[in-house]
Ligand binder design. Sequence first.
Ligand SMILES: Nc1ncnc2c1ncn2[C@@H]1O[C@H](COP(=O)(O)OP(=O)(O)O)[C@@H](O)[C@H]1O
Ligand SMILES: CC(=O)N[C@@H](CCC(=O)OP(=O)(O)O)C(=O)O
Length: 298
Amino acid sequence: MNDDDLTAVSPQIKAQILAEALPYIRNFHGKTIVIKYGGNAMTDERLKHGFARDVILLKLVGMNPVVVHGGGPQIDNALKKIGKQGTFVQGMRITDEETMEVVEWVLGGEVQQDIVMLINHYGGQAVGLTGKDGGLIRARRMQMPDREKPGQFLDIGFVGEIDAINPAVVKALQDDAFIPIISPIGFGQDGQAYNINADVVAGKIAEILKAEKLIMMTNIAGVQDKQGNLVTDLSAREIDEMFADGTISGGMLPKISSALDAAKSGVNTVHIIDGRIEHSLLLEVLTEQAFGTMIRSH
Ligand SMILES: Nc1ncnc2c1ncn2[C@@H]1O[C@H](COP(=O)(O)OP(=O)(O)O)[C@@H](O)[C@H]1O
Ligand SMILES: CC(=O)N[C@@H](CCC(=O)OP(=O)(O)O)C(=O)O
């Protein structure tokens, strides 16, 4: 169903849906909700508009949404235009100097500004940040262990791991009416920009802000088991098993690791949800509808 079809819903059902949201609005009032908005979830124009409106609604009812966006497919498209092919190792993009320039331009420019403009268009007050702003994300070059040669590391270029997060700028914006939109670009002490996986940034930001919820919006119904069935609930032990037997691969690797780290660090609920469902964000936060995969800390 889309927004236009809502005219067919009876007034009683509409009122019931609104009333159902009340306890959630009360419980999450003043709480921080970190939303990882994956590049794969933002490829449909209509869904993007719905997302912007959902984020504004959460802010208007008293929650503090913080958006960390991705943009993997958008970076791939930009690379294609200059005759380059994106290459990944364990879900991380190999980032040479030229790729880093593209990453900065696509994430910090195009994708971030697109989200900011959409939210502002619908009456919200979004502010775009990269890791440089207010010293938000300090990073260093990632040491990626070589799975085939234990004890050795792979050189994947300007990919960063997070050294420290300074949440002051995000807190200042949150305390006002603003909605922070964060691009996953970190900066070294030498001023070098680093490409960081957006799931990793979202998980760490959620932890540092002591978020109530971390919601990762992606392009799949949730985590799937070996047979391809949706797993609604995942424990740390089950995750270890799925990592070991290769059930989890590619972009799902950093997503699940970051989700689990956030859950273990005290983020109350961590969900991986299907961003292709219209208003999936509102459904997750404001209704008892359970969908996607919940990641548990134990
Ligand atoms: N066990 C799994 N369950 C679900 N998806 C998986 C699994 N293993 C790998 N994936 C892949 O991970 C993708 C999601 O990660 P990614 O492409 O990085 O999304 P995003 O851009 O939202 O971060 C899925 O579309 C799927 O192809
Ligand atoms: C190091 C690394 O892999 N960085 C990612 C950053 C963007 C991202 O994470 O985007 P999604 O959330 O859409 O996958 C990349 O270059 O694709």
